[in-house]
Design a protein around this ligand. Structure first.
Ligand SMILES: [Fe+2]
Ligand SMILES: [Fe+2]
Length: 194
């Protein structure tokens, strides 16, 4: 695992954002995902890089590759299936075509599959970093207010609560995140519902 080829991070990023990739072609200009997903992934990567500094035992290549693939299931796979499941399937298929290490494919796939902390929980430090980065990125983006603006205020509050729960995987973030959480909660409660 020490000799992981860091080029896999670049390949994973290209697999999603290269204009010739299947995933990118499914990113329809003008759609919500078109404006949101590239920005979201960039912000998740920023949070992940920060948390990697605080958890040097984690394998950077595993986390960063998983960052770029964790939401690819929003673009590939049946819409009625949880995108974490679609993302895991595509991650295994794609990485198996460029990597020989089954262990590495399994480690990255676990991060992708568990990033929503729903039916399967993140068990490795790399998977915990991805899950926390994903949720923390929502707290520093405009996702809640966009949901409220669409008339989904209650769903935005529920998402905020889930994100807070998942970020607490790392209790050391509690103080910093609580002030963001309280700010968003106050705003969402005051937000004029339709
Ligand atoms: Fe996701
Ligand atoms: Fe995400």
């Amino acid at each position: 695992m020490d000799n992981v080829d860091s080029k896999i991070v670049t390949k994973a990023k290209q697999h999603l954002l290269d204009e010739e990739s299947v995933a990118y072609k499914n990113l329809k200009p003008g759609s919500g995902k078109y404006s949101y997903l590239p920005r979201h992934l960039t912000q998740v990567e920023r949070w992940a890089r920060r948390l990697l500094k605080e958890h040097p035992e984690a394998l950077e290549e595993v986390v960063l590759t998983a960052v770029w693939l964790h939401d690819i299931g929003l673009l590939i796979g049946p819409e009625e299936v949880d995108h974490a499941i679609n993302s895991e399937a595509e991650t295994k298929r794609f990485l198996s075509s460029i990597l020989t290490s089954e262990d590495l494919v399994a480690r990255i796939s676990h991060c992708v599959r568990t990033h929503r902390c729903r039916d399967i929980q993140p068990e490795t430090i790399e998977a915990k970093i991805l899950a926390v980065s994903d949720s923390a990125s929502h707290m520093t983006d405009t996702v809640y207010i966009e949901m409220a603006n669409r008339g989904d205020r209650e769903a935005a509050i529920a998402k905020l609560e889930r994100d807070l729960r998942d970020i607490f995987i790392f209790p050391e973030l509690r103080k910093e995140i609580m002030s963001l959480y309280q700010g968003w909660k106050s705003l969402l409660i005051a937000y004029p519902n339709r």
